[in-house]
Design a protein around this ligand. Sequence first.
Ligand SMILES: *Cc1c(COP(=O)(O)O)cnc(C)c1O
Length: 427
Amino acid sequence: MMGVEYISSDFYFGGCDTVTLAKKYGTPLYVMSEDYICERCKEIGEDFLGKYENTRAVYASKAFLTLEMCRIIEREGLGIDVVSGGELYTAIKAGFSMEKVIFHGNNKTIDEIELAVKHHVGRIVVDNLYELELLNSVAQAFGKKMKILFRITPGVDSYTHKYISTGQVDSKFGIPLKGNIIEQGVKKAMEASNIELMGFHFHVGSQLFDNTSHIKAVKILVKLIKNMKEEVGFITKELNTGGGFGIYYAEGDEPKPLKYFTDAIMNTVKEECNEKDLCMPQVIIEPGRWLVGQAGITLYTVGSIKEIPGVRTYVSVDGGLPDNPRPALYDAKYEAVVANKMDQEKKQLVTIAGKCCESGDILRVDLEVPFLEPGDLLAFKSTGAYNYSMASNYNKIPRPAVVMVRGGENRLIVKRETYEDLLRNEL
Ligand SMILES: *Cc1c(COP(=O)(O)O)cnc(C)c1O
């Protein structure tokens, strides 16, 4: 029995001692729990896919994407959605089934469209009519017929930070319902030689705790489905309702179970379709953050500590803005623990600062911690989504490594960048 003592003083994650992980791989370090990801996939299976017929779930990979993540998602039976050529390339390299890929984006380049057509991705979510024409001509050149959905701006507000709200009328994403652009689009898509229109997509926003935006958007979309049937004779086969399901980051967050959203979506689709005498389309969900957010933590080592008497104490760590831009970008709040002092009483209030040359590089204001000294290990929780994927090399800081843990085992899935890596493309 190695150290009962250890268990009481060190923070364990995915069955692994984080102090040992930090020693083995260095810090800053992203740690992802495969068990957690699998649990979330199981919940999707039980509460959505298994409960409702004719449904699909697709992981919004922009939250966290690596080759290994693609393999896990494929094994768990989900599809994947990508929003760029680079994300698509990752899925291709991982050997992900292309028919289970959905390609989003409000300005896909010709190169990206060509890559998608060449590999015949399952669905392209067409954002605008310019893209529709572009896609049709590329598909023609490749001799393929591409299945598409139209992204619709449902015109509903969501209760979240404005940078992650996407369904409102004034949005860069999707086709507005005002005017008759969508009718034109549907007609054009039905006539296009190399396109098969399957239905519609919306995504109302992210980190939502309330299902009302989804419900409102579904009602608006079912109305559209009816109008398109009556006006242009288009029968909708698929309705993709996006992601956005919120998770726990810090005190005050009250996340709901997945089924709170999916039951509401399915009940609304059913009721609205019954009422309008329409066949139920296939319903698709696209969770990103919900699937991986709480599956990840980031480990940092404490360096300098600056006490400004009567003002505050700054505790600086060896990472920050480059590995987690969300506090600076969205005022995102995270919880953190001192991973090597779990048994010690919290005695002081400190502010955790990153190491960048930006005053805004603050990871957390007013964190209650035990007495801290240089060399202590901090574990920031819920960093699995939009951290690694949003990381930069600002200040020429190499990106951290990513370690996957499962049942007490650990394995490196992304190597730490080196200074050489930083200069790889410089001439
Ligand atoms: C970002 C995104 C998602 C996932 O959003 P989460 O809030 O991470 O669940 C789903 N669909 C589309 C189109 C997106 O852009």
